[in-house]
Design a binder for this molecule. Structure first.
Ligand SMILES: Nc1nc2c(c(=O)[nH]1)N[C@H]1C(S)=C(S)[C@@H](COP(=O)(O)OP(=O)(O)OC[C@H]3O[C@@H](n4cnc5c(=O)[nH]c(N)nc54)[C@H](O)[C@@H]3O)O[C@H]1N2
Ligand SMILES: Nc1nc2c(c(=O)[nH]1)N[C@H]1C(S)=C(S)[C@@H](COP(=O)(O)OP(=O)(O)OC[C@H]3O[C@@H](n4cnc5c(=O)[nH]c(N)nc54)[C@H](O)[C@@H]3O)O[C@H]1N2
Ligand code: SF4
Ligand SMILES: [Mo]
Length: 694
């Protein structure tokens, strides 16, 4: 069978919606819409109008035909009998799963009339959109939705739950989310996976690293947990959580002392190298070792390995930045490649995120000028507190692309907030999520394969276009189309709400401020479906930092109250409980997505807590015991896995498990909603807990 472009008209506008006929047999190109750096090219095999197989597109230059197990089984999610098919309204108490089918007309009418009343009585700031990247398509996450809430004048959401602290920190050093081209990393001779569980969360970086390894590259993993990425490494370095900046500074100390730095590069392309050279002398290996738990000999070995290998590539993960000191930590690690001038070598450098290369025209996309008044903004990490404490009160939440009842910190506060009788909540999702159980109105969402949208990877350099390859499931609708209906219901008649999908994509890709995007237009993308940005090496060149250079010393940081030089700052004291708790994602779910899917649950078996044998023994805890994990914020129950894969004093769980309504495996019941040092980021991994046998 040949690869068919979607047979239906790729157009979808307010009136035509995305309901054109789509081919019922054949192989259709697609892109994975999940919040995953890899953003794979896919081929969708259809028979009798249904998906029978999903595979990777072998022609895709980065993902090369390989995809993860999660998406290989995506069909089971699409055709899951639990999938929402029509709008519903709540007919019982909140959280009790009592809903009744209604029409779209009634749903839109109920929402818009309620909002009109609210706006008249209390102002539009009483309404808050809450969303994230359950589907990475721009039209539905940063397009029509943003236009709508700007026009409404609703309270604004700060999108801080994922990588905010690290991105801000990285930006201080490098001027934005600009890093190495992942395709070049096959040339690296040393690859350091720093706080990233890449085997689970960035599998194509692992594939590229394997290619490099065949050419002699060595792979080092620095993590608090020897998970499958640690087991895959040539050298695994366990570290105490939240101490990575100290390790990076210790490496710099040795690299300067042993003259392993590239003085020319430092002079030409950095500022502050002389101050840094002096500053890092305090990070003597013995001190660094006592902070990080990394033996002194290993600190020397790593410094010499990194300082003497070219090209050396560091992939920085999300783990180290989900801490109180996460911004400074990433800012610090990001300085390392400058010391030896790794940016001059193909495959050298680092990636924290690469989103800036594909930055669209967000002004055209989101149309901030539709907002007539200045409005308050609310940090999404504090949604629980916001619902319970904020004045003037939030009276309505519109939730889409996200499942805050499971993914947000201080989950007990979030539930208590969602429980409020006076809060009018709308949830738009493919499933009746734990969050949707608290909704007054539930709206069914199409999957990304049913929509037109464009996708911009935050790791590789390709833009993708998705044209519909499936008919909408039941009465479900795309985010874009629901916001068009809501706009009409509210009586908004601006052109912004008349624009077709194609027009919005055109506007968004036309970004005069981003030269890397200059070759990508809607027209070209519609023909080719994926295209690489016009990237070039960062050096020689000028960065977007105030000095145009890599800022080893940053005045901008100083102005915002941070030390201007990279610095190790200990975690905030989170009480005296014995264990630091690291509840990260798992292999077979994507955040909480798939946690309601039997196949994926079976692959994960059950929610576990990894503990060092030396900690388990005095507590009388044995491998396989059910334990109660608790602190002043809440508790959850997990099955213990005793071993040597975490350091003493640290416990690690994996996966955001759905467990409504009793929330027994809800790890976020324990996590703090403190904000990180930069960007208002999340601190999921800086909370302390106690553990006891149930
Ligand atoms: N299979 C799968 N893939 C995913 C996701 C998923 O849920 N499942 N989620 C997607 C999303 S939204 C994101 S943001 C990314 C996240 O993926 P990653 O960037 O891999 O981030 P995490 O898995 O949160 O944490 C990475 C590692 O950091 C470690 N860690 C925690 N604290 C520290 C520390 O202080 N220092 C060091 N050195 N290590 C530490 C953890 O043990 C973990 O192994 O993955 C994406 N891909
Ligand atoms: N303890 C702990 N908590 C964490 C993390 C952690 O590591 N540890 N990681 C954090 C991180 S990095 C992230 S990014 C967040 C992620 O948190 P979320 O963004 O909430 O991610 P998901 O849990 O995958 O929920 C996405 C939801 O969007 C829905 N959805 C998918 N496509 C569409 C669509 O087209 N339209 C609509 N309306 N809905 C759609 C899905 O069905 C799903 O219910 O979680 C954070 N929470
Ligand atoms: S979740 Fe990630 S690895 Fe899996 S198919 Fe999607 S983009 Fe590829
Ligand atoms: Mo994330």
């Amino acid at each position: 069978m040949k690869v068919t472009q979607s047979a239906g008209p790729a157009t979808s506008s307010a009136s035509a919606a995305s309901t054109g006929p789509v081919g019922s047999e054949g192989i259709f190109p697609a892109v994975c819409s999940l919040d995953c750096p890899d953003q794979c090219g896919l081929l969708i095999h259809k028979k009798d109008g249904k998906i029978v197989r999903i595979e990777g597109d072998p022609a895709h230059p980065v993902t090369q035909g390989a995809i993860c197990n999660k998406v290989r089984h995506f069909g089971e999610r699409l055709y899951d009998p639990k999938r929402l098919q029509y709008p519903m309204k709540r007919v019982g108490p909140k959280g009790h799963n009592q809903f009744e089918r209604i029409s779209w007309e009634e749903a839109i009418q109920t929402i818009t009339s309620r909002w009109k009343e609210l706006i008249a009585a209390e102002g539009a700031e009483a309404i808050l959109p809450y969303s994230f990247y359950g589907n990475m398509g721009y039209l539905g996450t940063e397009g029509m939705d943003r236009r709508f809430f700007n026009r409404l004048g609703a309270s604004r959401l700060e999108y801080t739950i994922c990588s905010a602290a690290g991105s801000v920190g990285y930006g201080y050093t490098m001027g934005g989310s600009f890093g190495t081209d992942p395709e070049d990393t096959i040339h690296a001779k040393l690859i350091v996976m720093w706080g990233i569980n890449a085997v689970s969360t960035n599998m194509h970086q692992v594939m590229l690293a394997e290619q490099a390894r065949k050419q002699g590259a060595k792979i080092v993993v620095i993590d608090v947990h020897k998970n499958q990425t640690g087991r895959w490494a040539d050298w695994f370095i366990p570290i105490q959580p939240g101490t990575d900046a100290a390790l990076a500074l210790g490496l710099m100390n040795i690299m300067f002392a042993e003259q392993m730095v590239n003085e020319d590069f430092l002079r030409q392309y950095t500022i502050g190298h002389e101050e840094l050279r002096e500053h890092v002398k305090q990070y003597v290996p013995e001190v660094v070792s006592s902070i990080t738990g990394v033996p002194v000999e290993d600190i020397y070995s790593l410094a010499r390995l990194y300082g003497q290998t070219t090209p050396a590539f560091i992939r920085i993960g999300n783990g180290p930045q989900h801490h109180d000191n996460g911004g400074m930590c990433i800012r610090t690690i990001a300085c390392l490649p400058a010391l030896t001038g790794q940016w001059l070598h193909k495959g050298g450098g680092t990636i924290k995120g690469n989103g800036a290369y594909l930055d669209p025209n967000s002004t055209a996309l989101q149309q901030p000028k539709l907002r007539k008044h200045k409005t308050r903004s609310i940090n999404m990490n504090r949604i629980g507190s916001a619902l319970l404490e904020l004045e003037p009160k939030l009276r309505s939440l519109y939730i889409y692309n996200s499942n805050p009842a499971i993914v947000a910190p201080e989950a007990n506060k979030v539930r208590q907030g969602l429980q409020r009788e006076d809060l009018f909540t709308v949830v738009h999702d493919l499933f009746l999520t734990e969050t949707a159980l608290y909704a007054d109105i539930v709206l069914p969402a199409t999957s990304s394969f049913e929509n037109t949208d464009f996708y911009l990877s935050y790791w590789h350099h390709y833009a993708h276009l998705q044209q519909p390859v499936l008919e909408p499931y039941g009465e479900s609708k795309a985010n874009v189309d629901v916001f068009r209906l809501l706009a009409r219901g509210m009586g908004f008649d601006e052109q912004a709400f008349q624009d077709t999908d194609e027009q919005i994509i055109e506007q968004a890709l036309d970004n005069p401020r981003n030269p890397y995007l200059s070759n990508i237009t809607y027209e070209a993308l519609a023909k080719q479906l994926y295209m690489k940005a016009a990237v070039k090496p960062l050096f020689p060149g000028k960065l977007n930092t105030p000095s145009g250079k890599i800022e080893l010393v940053s005045k901008a940081m100083e102005r915002r109250g941070h030390p201007a030089l990279p610095t190790y700052i200990p975690l905030v004291h989170d009480g005296d409980l014995p264990f630091l708790f690291i509840p990260g994602p798992n292999h077979n779910f994507l955040n909480s997505t798939f946690s309601n899917n039997e196949k994926h649950i079976k692959l994960e078996k059950k929610p576990k807590l990894h503990m060092n044998a030396a900690d388990a023994l005095p507590l009388g805890i044995c491998h396989g015991d059910l334990v109660r994990v608790s602190n002043h914020r809440g508790e959850c129950r997990l099955t213990i896995s005793v071993g040597e894969d975490v350091l003493a004093g640290v416990v690690v769980s994996q996966g955001l498990w759905a467990d409504a309504p009793n929330g027994k495996a809800l790890v976020n019941a324990l996590t703090p909603d403190r904000l990180a040092d930069m960007g208002g980021g999340a601190t999921f991994f800086s909370g302390r807990v106690q553990v006891e046998k149930c």
